[in-house]
Design a protein around this ligand. Structure first.
Ligand code: UD1
Length: 412
């Protein structure tokens, strides 16, 4: 239950990036022995990924924000439905298993509230490296006698496909070039860890990754980068509530465009090495937002941008270019009084001074966070249901809001 009307005020320290840590954990499959990952976020997906790895024969120990993963000489190659059904990111074990075992069977997780998420580019990349890959009995199967480097051009810079192909290529014979690779900081983080493990990877952060395969990798210790999506959520929350929020534990360069957009709505931004501050003195001004692959505006922040647009002065157009069904939650925003009209992959939002409290339902991590932030600018008390989604991406979401001055309670 959230009471509207507070202006957020205070400091938040963000932990490691969800979209990075899960891939780093999967990368531990690439080597025998104990890999240590530090600065792990306290979110549900980390123990879920630990379950997936344990199902593959690894020994995983979670110790505060540190995870130790000990991989046996021959991990199992089959990740069953029970282990992977709870979250889609588990598909990132595909590349490492093909690399290590030359065979992988990974159950396909169920539907997603943000639209269809095919694996065709993951599969065609693995095929280019010499593997066969097909879908059978609800699993993606890949196998190869040997993996041989190749030039692979992605038709879209998919984060997941780039990661799976990269993790297969590090143990392939010869040179692989991934053209139109994703450039997200999470990819750079993964490349950094792979290089520490002895992989030969160059071009991280650009759209061409070059990998020279090696025979074996060795375990390492690696610190996860700060979560730019969580960091930006708190910064945008300051703009939504006309507040003053300082965020620490994040390289603001990972959020260059987002922070520029917040300047565009009238916020005053200060940046330093590992943090930034957002001060929004007046009501935000409406601007347009369009999601794009990094360094563009992240699709994961689109629901937060809609919450901001809902109370900005003027009309904003938000365009979703990454996931086809990511506007489903907008109906919930409309229950809160948001003046929104959806037209294909655009939504026009006419801002109002104040939203109105209601019962709303969250459908995924980011939509859930967007609804709670919208509730902060609604009159009265809003109840957000199904908040367990938020736990998958935002550590201590409710506690942080309380610290920032919000009256909020959690029932389940
Ligand atoms: C990752 C992030 C997710 C983020 C997204 C885009 C994780 C765990 N998740 O998801 O939070 O929203 O990047 O920044 O890191 N596609 C295909 N075929 C493929 C692969 C992807 O058509 O083989 C399409 C998808 O349907 C989607 C687009 O490409 O429309 C982008 O997907 P992708 O970048 O792969 O996202 P994920 O890695 O799944």
């Amino acid at each position: 239950m959230v009471s509207g009307g507070s202006r957020l005020n205070g400091t938040v320290r963000v932990g490691g990036a969800k979209n990075s840590v899960l891939k780093l954990m999967a990368a531990a499959l690439l080597t025998e022995g104990t890999t240590t990952i530090t600065n792990c976020p306290d979110i549900l997906d980390v123990p879920l990924m630990a379950d997936v790895l344990e199902g593959l024969g690894c020994d995983v120990r979670l110790d505060g924000d540190i995870v130790h993963i000990t991989t046996p000489p021959e991990p199992r190659y089959r990740a069953d439905f029970e282990a992977v059904e709870k979250f889609r990111a588990s598909v990132c074990v595909l590349g490492p298993l093909v690399a290590r075992r030359r065979r992988a069977v990974v159950a396909l997780p169920g539907g997603d509230a943000i639209g269809s998420r095919p694996l065709d580019m993951h599969q065609s990349g693995l095929r280019a490296l010499g593997a066969s890959s097909y879908i059978e009995h609800g699993c993606v199967v890949a196998s190869a006698d040997r993996l041989v480097g190749a030039e692979i051009e992605l038709e879209f810079p998919s984060v997941g496909a780039t990661e799976n192909i990269l993790m297969a290529a590090v143990l392939a014979e010869g040179r692989t070039t991934i053209v139109n690779a994703a450039r997200e900081p999470d990819i750079v983080d993964l490349c950094d860890m792979l290089v520490k493990m002895g992989a030969k990877v160059s071009g991280a952060g650009s759209s061409v990754l070059t990998v020279d395969g090696v025979a074996t990798l060795t375990p390492t210790t690696h610190r996860v980068i700060g979560d730019r999506i969580v960091a930006a959520t708190w910064g945008m929350a300051a703009s939504i509530t006309r507040g003053d929020v300082t965020v620490e534990g994040i390289d603001p360069e990972h959020l260059s465009l987002v922070l520029d957009k917040l300047r565009g709505v009238g916020a005053e931004i200060t940046k330093w090495d590992d943090g930034f501050r957002v001060v929004q003195a007046e009501r935000a001004t409406a601007i347009n937002w369009a999601t794009l692959p990094y360094p563009g505006f992240p699709t994961d922040l689109q629901p937060i941008a809609i919450a901001l647009a809902a109370v900005s002065d003027g009309t904003s157009v938000i365009t979703e270019n990454i996931f086809e069904a990511r506007f489903r939650f907008v109906e919930e925003m409309m229950r809160l009084g948001a003046q929104a009209r959806i037209d294909g992959h655009h939504v026009a939002v006419r801002g109002v001074e104040q939203l109105s409290s209601a019962h709303v339902w969250s459908s995924d991590i980011r939509a859930g966070a967007g609804l709670v932030l919208a509730a902060l600018v609604a009159d009265g008390q809003t109840t957000v249901h199904d908040v367990f989604h938020i736990d998958r991406g935002y550590p201590f979401f409710v506690e942080i809001l309380q610290e920032l001055g919000v009256e909020i309670t959690r029932e389940a």
